[in-house]
Design a protein around this ligand. Structure first.
Ligand SMILES: C[S@@+](CC[C@H](N)C(=O)[O-])C[C@H]1O[C@@H](n2cnc3c(N)ncnc32)[C@H](O)[C@@H]1O
Length: 288
């Protein structure tokens, strides 16, 4: 870009215009460029302010994490990146810690470890247990299981009570074993037509009065993630569920409307509460 006044060249098309008119046109063009430069300068100043703000936030979060880590987590080292990839799409350590801080807080809100053995169904490489096992009361009652045998092997060598389980029921536990089962983002990757079989299995391994906390991609997910699920909507409208296969370890998307899920556990478990967790629907169910 140049600051020089650009006078349009004399061409057969503009030959008819007097020089004054062409000068006015050229000045207007320069004015336009000048105001664009001013605009860009303002944008740059704003962007710099935003970067400074983000840098301040990162420093603050680091301070918080440095204080929390020795207080509340159990794993001495986080699982390797390929195992972290199996529990999500973001593989950063901060994501592993943040997701686990959020899920474990929900577990502690929903369950009292003094009630008895607890199962983390689909525990992956331990995002949730990382924040639970620091508490001796939870250490005593915690059991995890997952189809990911590499994740379970990694947890087992650290002394975690964890088992490899199958893609389909049955779970490797006797009837009436657990006072509680929690499951974050597991049914969300399993075909909804298989969900009733899982509710039945939860019912089998729960003690009478035992409770399940589980998340699904349901009405709430459809409300807030509407655009992402657009292509599945015709199938959801017809059946109340949809399943879309995606590359990677259990990255499929399983959507089940609240009405479909309610039917799936009908007669097996009673609904204690319905709400949300992150961008998912969350159910607390009870065995009579
Ligand atoms: C999105 S990850 C969530 C992991 C963990 N609940 C968490 O929040 O960190 C889904 C997990 O479900 C596991 N999974 C999928 N199907 C399963 C099944 N039928 N039984 C147990 N685990 C299963 C996967 O191996 C994976 O670890």
């Amino acid at each position: 870009m140049t600051d020089e006044l650009e006078i349009p060249a004399q061409t057969p098309e503009n030959a008819a215009f007097p020089l004054e008119k062409r000068l006015v046109a050229a000045e207007a063009k320069v004015d336009q460029r000048g105001s664009r430069i001013t605009e860009l300068a303002h944008e740059l100043v704003n962007a710099r302010a935003q970067v400074r703000d983000l840098q301040r936030q990162v420093t603050q979060y680091r301070t918080v994490v440095d204080r929390l880590l020795p207080l509340g987590t159990w794993l001495k080292e986080l699982p390797p990146e390929h195992l972290r990839l199996n529990v999500g799409t973001v593989t950063t350590e901060s994501n592993f810690l943040a997701q686990g801080a959020m899920s474990s807080a929900r577990v502690m809100k929903e369950f009292d470890p003094s009630a008895g053995p607890m199962l983390d169904w689909g525990c992956g490489s331990g995002r949730t247990l990382n924040w639970l096992l620091a508490d001796p009361a939870w250490e005593k009652v915690y059991h995890g299981c997952d189809v990911d045998s590499a994740a379970i092997a990694w947890l087992k060598q650290l002394g975690v009570r964890a088992e490899v389980c199958g893609d389909e029921p049955r779970l490797p536990y006797p009837d009436n074993t657990f006072a509680g089962i929690f499951s974050f983002s597991v049914l969300t990757h399993i075909p909804p037509t298989a969900h009733r079989g899982w509710y039945q299995e939860f019912q089998r391994v729960l003690k009478p009065g035992g409770r399940v906390f589980c998340t699904t991609c349901g009405d709430y997910t459809l409300e807030i993630d509407s655009a992402r699920l657009d292509s599945l909507k015709p199938q959801i409208a017809e059946h109340g569920w949809a399943f879309s296969e995606t590359e990677g370890h259990y990255k499929h998307i399983a959507v089940a409307t609240r009405a479909y899920t309610t039917k799936a556990f009908e007669g097996l478990l009673e609904e204690e509460s319905y709400g949300r967790y992150s961008n998912m629907d969350a159910f607390v169910l009870r065995k009579r």
